[in-house]
Write a new protein. Structure first.
Length: 147
């Protein structure tokens, strides 16, 4: 195997356009499209792209804040994308909302972590940012449990 090479497999699963996708030995994901092309029984490819961006940026932000010795008691990333009206109907804008529960993360900590995620550490963000406008915002919520 080539170092750094990631591999996935998708297999057509029905008479429409439903696929199952696997990577390594993880459980299969169902990829489908809304009717009439598909049956609406799985993730659409662009939804998986948003999940990839949200989880990549969220994980890098969490790691960076923990390296700053900050406590995180909850973290949620919402992602949405506005699609073009003409083909290819790719995203023209993506919106990220980071909602962090912590008793010791400051605005400057969060801004720094988001900036580092965007500019240095999140490979999905790096691949997308020159092709689509990505907007981010965050909310800090004081933890009730002291963490």
């Amino acid at each position: 195997m080539v170092e750094g090479l990631l591999e996935v497999t998708v297999d057509l699963a029905n008479e429409k356009i439903q696929f199952t996708g696997t990577a390594r030995s993880n459980p299969a994901l169902t990829i489908d499209y809304v009717p009439p092309l598909g049956d609406g029984q799985g993730y659409m490819p662009l939804e998986l792209l948003l999940i990839s961006l949200a989880s990549c940026s969220g994980s890098t932000i969490a790691v960076l804040l923990r390296k700053m010795r900050k406590n995180i008691s909850g973290f949620k990333v919402n992602a949405s994308g506005a699609r073009r009206e003409t083909h290819p109907t790719s995203f023209e804008k993506i919106f990220l909302e980071f909602i962090l529960n912590s008793n010791d993360v400051s605005d400057s900590d969060m801004q720094k972590a988001i900036e580092l995620s965007e500019k240095t550490y999140c490979p999905v963000w790096a691949m997308l940012k020159n092709n689509v406008e990505i907007f981010s915002e965050y909310k800090l919520i004081a933890s009730q449990d002291g963490k």
